[in-house]
Design a protein around this ligand. Structure first.
Ligand code: THU
Length: 137
């Protein structure tokens, strides 16, 4: 965790969220895809919650990093977040899958989203832009 490669957020990306997401990415359990992803959310309280993807031999049981982070947030009793950083090592920063977009939408349609890769590329968006007309009960 001491290398500068890990420590420095790309310009414009919140440093604390980036660091939490990178740390989570390093804990990703990805024996099947070798595609580690880390996500970190800033809850409405200011607390940061992180998640990593956790795969399973029964592939459909794989949990994405974004959903892991939302589970941590909700389990702690939080019900909203303002910002999300998703880190992958892909050439183009990974974008949340369709299921994750709906999970994010449940708690924070207006949240700012930073999609980044470990080379420093950044794509900035919002949950609502990623999921227009998300489902609500
Ligand atoms: N994955 C995530 O965790 N988040 C994303 O935004 C994209 C995909 C995971 C699921 C699986 O473990 C691996 O990346 C390859 O699809």
């Amino acid at each position: 965790m001491t290398s500068s490669h890990t420590a420095d957020a790309p310009a414009g990306v919140p440093q604390d969220l980036w660091l939490a997401a990178r740390r989570a990415q390093m804990n990703a359990y990805v024996p099947y895809s070798s595609f580690p992803v880390g996500a970190a959310l800033r809850a409405a309280s200011g607390t940061i919650y992180a998640g990593a993807n956790v795969e399973n031999a029964s592939f459909g049981l794989t949990r994405c990093a974004e959903q892991s982070a939302v589970q941590a947030l909700a389990t702690a009793g939080e019900r909203a977040f303002t910002e999300l950083v998703v880190v992958s090592s892909a050439v183009e920063p990974a974008t949340p899958c369709g299921a994750c977009r709906q999970v994010l939408f449940e708690f924070a349609p207006e949240a700012r989203v930073y999609l980044v890769n470990t080379a420093g590329a950044v794509r900035e968006t919002t949950v609502a832009a990623l999921l227009p007309a998300g489902f609500r009960l």
